[in-house]
Design a binder for this molecule. Structure first.
Ligand SMILES: [Zn+2]
Ligand SMILES: [Zn+2]
Length: 269
């Protein structure tokens, strides 16, 4: 493995140059890992560095409450609105056809999960900073700390390495809201609220399931049969040699199946 810059900031380089050095180091790390050369010792160093950089004010349960809380709030508000429309006194009652939006959103969300994971979380976008941040948190951090044989969080502090950033969840809500409004105008109010119910439920499910896959395998959650099966799917994706090839779905591996990206049992790259 080529020599890596150890501490560019201490070396007195400018912050722009240090950012470039850190980027070069990350690039090399990901390249080496993808080639199957991520050693235990190197992984441990990455983990130490990342966990040491977690700010003192970081609250793991606050983070989980924020991401799932935003999703559950949208889910709650949308369900109440839907309940009002479903009542017989409503001027625009929910029709049976409005429910068609539910499988449509599920399919779209599953495709979105697959596509964003493959194209944004595992490929650094040169031009769009929020996309770079998403990549940085995923490939050089999440994937360099957790590998197929060692998926478990060591402390709740490491929620920071697994959960979606709260700003990312807000971004999803801000993207979904105009779509819901458009569906409400063009289709029906009930379809618009059902869109939000399904999308928010999907997002909360993604967040909770991904955290469960990274729970210790001997914990109550880790021993649940469903979690064991789905953790195995996600764990294969955590083999650094295969992270850019297989098992991009986290909730239901539907689009992995449709797109032919389910890891073969033999696991030969
Ligand atoms: Zn993961
Ligand atoms: Zn990944």
């Amino acid at each position: 493995m080529a020599a890596l810059p150890q501490n560019p900031i201490a070396a007195g380089t400018s912050s722009k140059a240090s950012r470039a050095d850190v980027r070069a180091e990350e690039k090399l790390l990901v390249k080496e890992a993808s080639a199957g050369r991520l050693t235990e010792e190197r992984r441990e160093r990455v983990r130490q560095k990342i966990t040491a950089d977690i700010p003192w004010w970081y609250s793991p349960w606050g983070h989980l409450a924020a991401t799932t809380g935003i999703g559950l709030t949208v889910l709650g508000v949308s369900s109440v609105q839907l309940g009002r429309l479903a009542s017989t006194h409503s001027a625009h009652p929910t029709r049976a056809t409005d429910w068609l939006i539910v499988p449509m959103v599920f399919l779209l969300a599953n495709f979105f999960e697959w596509r964003v994971h493959k194209k944004v979380l595992h490929r650094r976008n040169k031009y769009i900073p929020p996309m770079q941040t998403i990549y940085d948190k995923h490939t050089p951090m999440h994937h360099m700390v957790y590998v197929e044989e060692d998926m478990a969080l060591r402390s709740t502090k490491e929620f920071r390495l697994v959960l979606i950033p709260a700003a990312g969840v807000l971004g999803i809500v801000l993207t979904a809201s105009p779509i819901a409004i458009a569906i409400g105008r063009l289709w029906s109010a009930s379809a618009g609220w059902l869109f939000l119910v399904t999308a928010s439920l999907y997002m909360v499910t993604y967040e909770v399931l991904h955290l469960c896959y990274h729970a210790p395998s001997d914990s109550f959650i880790g021993r649940l049969a469903f979690i064991k099966v789905m953790r195995a799917h996600h764990a294969k994706h955590h083999d650094p040699r295969f992270m850019q090839k297989w098992n991009f779905n986290v909730t239901v591996p539907l689009f992995d199946w449709v797109m032919g990206t389910i890891a073969p049992k033999t696991k030969r790259g």
